[in-house]
Ligand binder design. Structure first.
Ligand SMILES: [Zn+2]
Length: 235
């Protein structure tokens, strides 16, 4: 599936992970158009219904479970798992917000599309310690799955458009007067880039308007990461 999709879209060059996520969105968009005709619009397309993609485009099922077992033991830090044999995505539902759940489903879609031969064991977090302390190194498959999920739920083009609609600029500088005024910061406030990104993620331009977090249906943390990553907020 990986090479088929790639060959179609990039004429033999290996497609980027983000391109594969955009392909998935196009497929979902076509399905919604076919199903709902003109009532399908970009306004209603977001938040991206990742579970609909699993069911209708991938033809897999999603099953909510109270906890996910890895290697026979329940792991509270694991939120989802994909099983190629059963063609099923298991998703932890207990104490999980909609935004978190959506991101996990999108992350598991990446594993479904990109890592058919891997077992959860291959994708385990690898812990490596150094003399400066312990560092955690994530396997490439995990990093790739997060890149896929971020682009599927918060496509860079759509994010840039929605950011500009709300803030009337291409990007905001964390220490600018404009931003201080916007967030009503005091003259001596020096919030971190992360703190500023989180404030912008949940910022509503007016009462009843949707923040970026609400529009894309993701967690405040995921949106703040995306804003920094795309340099929509800079230091
Ligand atoms: Zn994973």
């Amino acid at each position: 599936m990986y090479s088929d999709r790639g060959a179609q879209q990039t004429h033999g060059r290996e497609p980027s992970i983000e391109q594969l996520a955009r392909n998935a969105l196009v497929e979902l968009w076509h399905w919604q158009k076919k199903e709902h005709g003109d009532s399908a619009s970009t306004e209603t397309f977001f938040p991206v219904d990742a579970e609909l993609y699993v069911r209708e485009v991938l033809g897999w099922t999603v099953e909510g479970v109270s906890s996910i077992a890895v290697g026979g033991a329940c792991r509270p830090d694991v939120h989802g798992r994909c099983n190629h044999l059963e063609q099923k995505i298991y998703i932890k539902t207990d104490g999980v917000t909609d935004g978190r759940r959506r991101f996990t489903v999108a992350h598991e879609i990446a594993h479904a599309l990109l890592h058919p031969g891997d077992t959860p064991h291959d994708r385990r977090w690898q812990h490596r310690s150094s003399h400066t302390g312990s560092t955690t190194v994530r396997p490439k498959a995990e990093v790739d799955a997060d890149v896929f999920a971020a682009e599927m739920l918060m496509p860079r083009r759509a994010i840039r458009e929605e950011f500009k609609k709300r803030f009337a600029v291409e990007h905001l500088q964390a220490r600018s007067t404009a931003l201080h005024e916007l967030l009503r910061l005091g003259p001596f406030d020096r919030p971190s880039l992360k703190a500023v990104a989180e404030r912008l993620a949940i910022y509503r331009t007016e009462q009843g308007a949707k923040s970026l977090t609400e529009y894309f249906g993701v967690s405040k943390e995921a949106m703040a990461n995306r804003l920094s990553e795309l340099k929509l907020v800079i230091y």
